[in-house]
Design a protein around this ligand. Structure first.
Ligand code: ADP
Length: 675
């Protein structure tokens, strides 16, 4: 019984004790009690004292706690046992409020109990309540109480308490373990059940009700359960449980439930066959909602299958090696012509690769990485496909370990990069061929420029001779004019250098050298190239306008190749203006910067006012061997374009409206300039 509940009781010992105490009180000679003393049947006073002594013994040492409380709640009396149970002496409690041994939150209840007793004098009430011992520990008691009228008519409440702490603790422990169990069942989605096979009586735990989505007020029954079970599983469930009953055996099965909203649940029921007290069959078991597990299993299977599908259809293949770096597994391809090498299980990568001896450094580094158990990326090596054809393979891998950190091997992926490597090789070959061709055409151009070049050299040479002659004359004077002679010699030196420069440039153009990409000042590239075509321009009466912006960023390029492009464009321009007689032949070369594709670029244009070109020519002028000239080779523009593109740029041609053509080169600026 919990605090808050008061019940009437028919007391035995307590009433006897209360009676004795009343007698005792009358013996104390309380004047107000005289009337009652007279009421005591005449007896021998000794007998009475003896009786009182016995009652006192009972009162003091009876293992029941007795309290007398006045209407104000003050303890009027308490037996030794009662005080000791609370850790006090009787003297410590008498005269104190009885509330002192109760919990604050129970005070109202205690007051109510006392009030009820006082309202119903001579009637017994009982309740259960906690008390606080002097040391702070809890004492659970069952109290029997009753109000009585004293001789003077004043009421007093007599209370007899019995210690029920053990029972309460057991009850609480049981309640707690029941709560734990319920919680554990809820958390594990596992309910429990009992099933008496003979009577068909079923008991369910709270969680089982929840799993079956059944109202806890309803008594579980077989028809209801069958109705919940998925129609396709009903027969199997009936068979399993039927056999278990017949053979008195445990059972363990999985089936599906269809919920009122149509959703499907997977459950697993496990039951143990036991005999009840009367020898009847009873099954005690658990039912677990395994929907989430089933779903996870399904997903896992799906994802495993998905991974397998990827692995089988990918052009890449997956491998695993053991702690000794020997292949333990390699993914299968559904395609029998798949590229994964066969027969490599048990071999190391360097056993497979024919280039292992040819590139010792690459393999030394790779093996060092493997021995250090670190991941590696993009190792490219030669191998053979399952048909024995040489292939190039690129592979990356990462080590894997067991839960103790023990190294187990590597897992990784391989890609056949033969096509890419062949393409790289082809591109390299093409680049070489283009460089060769560029060189040949350069030499050819130089051949065409012989007269021009000869003039460039002859001119300073003639000046050298003239100045040397003059110097001799100055020296032959009397006295020799040394100042004039020195000036002549200085001119000799300058002209000599000029001739030397021309020869150096011609040799550079004629030389077959590797492409060298360096930061270049485009203005100086233009000026140097123009120096070589001066004479050509002059003989064709072409004037050149250089509009070079002074604040240009540098570009990254090969000086000789870019000069070749410029010379080519200038020569084409000169040729295009050959037939122009009605206006000055003018060639403009402009260098500037502009935004292209969101980034700053160099813009170099060569514009002539020649014949221009038709739409049809425009389409084809950059293709090799396309020419409209009788002695033309048709290689110039195609080489120019490949040179510009090798510089990451673009070369395009525009026919100008009023006749003439513009060739535009767009080149990226050096990284340093952009940032
Ligand atoms: P080639 O000069 O030997 O013909 P190119 O490849 O340099 O070879 O030029 C191909 C063709 O492009 C020329 O034959 C000509 O028709 C056209 N072309 C080139 N430059 C010009 C230009 N500045 N004006 C008009 N047409 C040009």
């Amino acid at each position: 019984m919990m605090p808050g509940q008061i019940a009437k009781f028919g007391s035995t010992a307590a009433q006897l004790v209360f009676g004795g105490i009343a007698a005792l009180r009358s013996l104390r000679g309380d004047t107000t009690k005289k009337r009652r003393v007279e009421e005591v049947p005449r007896q021998d006073e000794t007998d009475l004292r003896e009786a009182v002594k016995q009652w006192r013994e009972v009162f003091e040492h009876n293992p029941v706690m007795y309290f007398m409380v006045d209407p104000a709640g003050t303890v009027v009396n308490v037996n030794t046992f009662g005080a000791e149970q609370l850790g006090y002496t009787a003297a410590e409690l008498i005269g104190q409020s009885v509330l002192g041994v109760f919990f604050e939150e129970d005070h109202d209840f205690v007051r109510r109990c006392v009030a009820v007793c006082l309202e119903t004098v001579e009637q017994s009430h009982t309740w259960e309540i906690r008390k606080i011992r002097k040391d702070g520990s809890i004492l659970w008691v069952r109290e029997n109480a009753k109000a009585m009228l004293r001789g003077d008519g004043a009421p007093i409440v007599l209370v007899a308490c019995e210690n029920i702490t053990e029972r309460k603790e057991a009850e609480n422990a049981l309640r707690q373990s029941e709560a734990y169990l319920a919680q554990a069942q809820e958390l594990s989605h596992t309910g429990s059940f009992g099933w008496k096979a003979a009577t068909g009586e079923i008991t369910w735990s709270k969680e089982t009700y929840r799993i079956f989505e059944c109202d806890e007020g309803t008594k579980p029954a077989i028809p209801f359960m069958l109705q919940r079970i998925h129609p396709e599983d009903r027969l199997a469930v009936q068979r399993t449980t039927g056999r278990a009953v017949r053979e008195r055996q445990d059972y363990d099965h999985e089936y599906r439930l269809v919920m009122p909203d149509g959703s499907v649940k997977h459950v697993r029921a496990v039951a143990r066959a036991i005999r009840d007290a009367r020898g009847g069959m009873e099954f005690v078991g658990s039912v677990t909602d395994i929907t989430a597990t089933k779903e996870a299993e399904r997903r896992f299977r799906d994802s495993e299958q998905r991974f397998r599908d990827y692995a089988e259809t990918a052009s890449d293949w997956f491998w695993e090696t053991g702690p000794d770096h020997r292949v333990t597994q390699i993914s299968e391809h559904s395609d029998s012509a798949g590229m994964a090498p066969s027969g490599v299980v048990g071999l190391t990568r360097w056993d497979i690769a024919p280039d292992a001896d040819l590139e010792p450094e690459k393999w030394r580094q790779h093996r060092a990485a493997l021995d250090a158990h670190v991941p590696f990326r993009d190792l490219v090596y030669r191998s053979r496909d399952r048909n024995g054809h040489a292939i190039y393979v690129r592979t990356s891998g990462k080590p894997f370990f067991d839960t103790n950190g023990e190294f187990l091997g590597y897992r990784g992926v391989c890609t056949d990069v033969t096509a890419a490597i062949r393409a790289d090789q082809a591109e390299e070959a093409l680049r070489k061929a283009q460089a060769e061709l560029a060189h040949v055409t350069r030499v050819t151009t130089l051949g065409e420029l012989t007269a021009s070049i000869a003039h460039e050299i002859n001119q300073p040479l003639a000046a050298v001779i003239a100045n040397a002659d003059a110097c001799i004359s100055w020296l032959g004077r009397d006295p020799p004019d040394l100042t004039a002679a020195r000036r002549s010699v200085q001119w000799v030196i300058e002209d000599g250098n000029r001739a030397g420069d021309v020869i150096r440039r011609v040799r550079a153009l004629a030389r077959k050298s590797d492409i060298e990409m360096v930061p270049l000042d485009i203005n100086s590239v233009v000026r140097e190239a123009m120096a070589l075509v001066q004479r050509e321009l002059a003989t064709h009466a072409v004037s050149v306008r250089l509009e070079l912006s002074s604040a240009l960023h540098r570009i990254s390029g090969d000086r000789i190749q870019l000069q070749q492009v410029l010379i080519n464009l200038v020569m084409n321009g000169i040729e295009a203006m050959e037939s122009v007689t009605d206006k000055p032949r003018e060639l403009a070369i402009r260098a500037d910067e502009a935004d292209e594709d969101g980034a700053r670029h160099l813009l170099l244009t060569v514009t002539d006012c020649g014949v221009g070109f038709s739409g049809e020519t425009a389409q084809r002028m950059f293709t090799p061997f396309f020419t409209t000239k009788s002695g033309g080779l048709g290689m110039g523009l195609s080489i120019c374009r490949s040179i510009v593109e090798a510089h990451g740029g673009r070369l395009s041609a525009f026919a100008d409206q009023g006749g003439g053509a513009t060739f535009q080169i767009i080149l990226p600026l050096c990284e340093e300039a952009v940032s």
